[in-house]
Design a binder for this molecule. Structure first.
Ligand code: FAS
Ligand code: PHB
Length: 392
């Protein structure tokens, strides 16, 4: 049996960042991750960071590689039928830029920081299970190398993603779940090619597309696809042809194609589970909420959850002050719901829905035209796309 102050279930970005921040502030913790480190690092996911996330990573000593390899952008562009490209100009309207820096790199940086600090990350833990969350002596059990193990703790952080065990350990009648599925997915490709200089969303009658990047030699592209599409039906040539068909010719001609080094299909979902606390169990990141990636919010929300939760735990142990811990769920949810609404709105604005009629596409094009003419409308969109400031 082991003892720690905070047992963190899940060693993705939320769990690793929480572990790092707590350790920096003298709060003992152990991370229990079900997968191997190699598997966690093999998952290719988010790519764009809000300024709040960048500031937070820098303030926690995680900015060196981010500042060297991350690429700041004044915002993200939108193109649509016969238009000039429109910039969601976060720099102009909020003074904050958006930084292209992949989740894989962040996770590598977090692992390196935990290793350097001698952090305890237990990988390949099986049958992880939290217990006694509503008592003052919760604990987590798991199997490692065939041995049953137990960690006694003061608090449990459920950072184990959408399919994790933490949220499912809370009695369903104590939770309010909000969920929306979308009738399409995103087919993603990674290629060792020079990316476009800008990050660009495309609304097109054939479907949504996105041009993004990880660094000067690594491009990330997405196209909206049918939910029952299979990656095997999308050889590289077919992907590149469809991607180019959804961008204006001048942009399409600038896309450097090449062999894919990763190709995957992800479903789109909006999901929020409230509250994000059950006794001494706190949920953070995808364990509590999911957004369609159209607003580049998923990873950034995981970071703001960790900002609020780590502050609550540090205040509890350092000053015997539970104001932030008791207010965690409500405070985190205020920022989550703004991002949920923005991500839902951008998904509806930029994608083609199976039951669309001509009126639907025409109203989308009108809203985009309105955005391109109204400073007020664009300022409101830019403020939300940049990510609302963290609450004091
Ligand atoms: P994660 O899911 O990243 O990490 C949870 C960890 O818990 C995992 O390592 C998992 O192995 C572990 N775990 C699960 N069950 C466990 C158990 N029972 N015991 C122990 N450990 C357990 N966001 C964007 O902003 N932009 C994007 O383009 C984007 N693309 C995405 C594509 C896909 C396919 C997915 C699934 C998500 C994408 N996201 C994107 C969102 C993504 O970046 C998440 O927001 C981010 O990974 C959240 O981090 P965590 O909350 O740490 O959850
Ligand atoms: C990415 O680079 O993977 C990316 C960028 C913007 C999004 C989603 C994903 O909205």
């Amino acid at each position: 049996m082991e003892k720690t102050r905070v047992a963190i279930i899940g060693g993705g970005p939320a769990g690793l960042l929480l572990s790092h921040i707590l350790d920096l502030n003298g709060v003992d913790n152990i991370v229990v991750e079900q997968r191997s480190r190699a598997y966690v690092l093999s998952r290719i996911r988010a790519g764009v960071l809000e300024a709040g996330s960048v500031d937070m990573l820098r303030s926690m000593g995680l900015g060196e590689r981010l500042d060297r390899e991350g690429k700041p952008h004044d915002g993200t562009y939108i193109v649509w039928a016969g238009s000039e490209k429109l910039l969601i100009d976060t720099k102009k309207y909020t003074g904050r830029d958006m930084t292209a820096y992949g989740q894989t790199a962040i996770t590598e940086d977090l692992y390196a920081a935990r290793d350097k600090a001698g952090g305890q990350i237990i990988d390949e833990a099986e049958n992880v299970q939290p217990y006694d969350m509503t008592t003052d002596a919760p604990y987590v059990t798991f199997t490692k190398d065939g041995k049953e193990r137990r960690i006694d703790c003061d608090y449990i952080a459920g950072c184990d993603g959408f399919h994790g065990v933490s949220r499912k350990s809370i009695p369903a009648d104590l939770m309010q779940v909000y969920e929306k599925g979308y009738p399409f997915g995103w087919l993603a490709i990674m290629s060792e090619t020079a990316p476009l200089s800008d990050i660009i969303y495309a609304n097109h009658e054939r479907g949504f597309a996105l041009a993004s990047q990880r660094n000067e030699r690594l491009s990330r592209y997405y196209i909206q696809c049918d939910l029952n599409d299979n990656v095997d039906e999308w050889p590289d040539d077919r992907f590149w042809e469809e991607l180019k068909a959804r961008f204006p010719k001048d942009i399409a001609d600038a896309i450097a194609t090449g062999p894919s080094i990763e190709k995957s299909i992800a479903p789109l979902r909006s999901f929020v589970a409230e509250p994000m606390r059950h006794g001494r169990l706190f949920l953070a990141g995808d364990a509590a909420h999911i957004v369609p990636p159209t607003g580049a919010k998923g990873l950034n929300l995981a970071f703001s959850d960790v900002y609020y939760l780590s502050r609550g735990l540090i205040e509890h142990y350092g000053k015997n002050n539970d104001t932030y811990l008791d207010g965690y769920s409500d405070m985190a949810l205020r920022r989550i719901w703004n991002a949920e609404r923005l991500s839902w709105h951008l998904t509806c604005l930029l994608h083609k829905f199976p039951d669309d009629d001509r009126f639907d596409q025409r109203t989308r094009e009108d809203e985009l035209a309105y955005l391109s003419k109204s400073e007020i409308a664009m300022a409101a969109l830019a403020e939300q796309y940049a990510g609302l400031p963290f609450e004091d």
